[in-house]
Design a protein around this ligand. Structure first.
Ligand code: HEC
Length: 113
């Protein structure tokens, strides 16, 4: 009895530990990915350039309850967007299809405040 209790405790601790590791954001990796893809050419983190600041984008997406899947779809499918100067063009498609990398980027972006 006491033994199975201990095992259950260990399993719970292990699971909590791995859930934590998964929830950890890699800010450096997210910013590196944005730099490599020239995303900062149009977006800055907290000021508008040719496109709205990522903080503004994040607030808008959160307000609409858009999550990780929405962000990933946006950056991998190249929808038509309107730039601040009123012209329209196809949005930049990111150079990775790695789900973990994309998810990290999307979670980082959505968490900006
Ligand atoms: C040529 C300029 C340009 C580049 C480069 C660019 N974006 Fe954008 N992005 C825009 C514009 C314009 C919008 C749309 C703004 C709007 O509709 O209000 C936008 C919107 C977004 C949105 C929000 C989508 C939504 O529906 O609100 C995300 C997320 C985003 N960009 C991420 C990225 C990432 C990641 C990169 C790099 C891979 C990137 N952008 C590169 C211009 C650009």
């Amino acid at each position: 009895m006491r033994c199975s209790f201990l095992v259950a405790g260990l399993v719970a601790t292990f699971m909590a530990g791995s859930a934590c590791a998964q929830a950890e954001l890699d800010t450096e990796a997210a910013e590196k990915l944005l730099k490599r893809n020239d995303c900062f050419k149009c977006h800055a983190i907290d000021k508008d350039k040719r496109a709205p600041a990522y903080k503004k984008v994040a607030a808008r997406l959160r307000a609409r309850s858009y999550g990780v899947d929405y962000v990933i779809k946006h950056v991998t499918t190249g929808p038509t967007v309107r730039l601040e100067d009123g012209t329209e063009e196809q949005h930049r498609v990111i150079d990775t299809t790695d789900r973990a990398e994309l998810e990290n980027l999307a979670r980082w972006l959505l968490a900006l405040k």
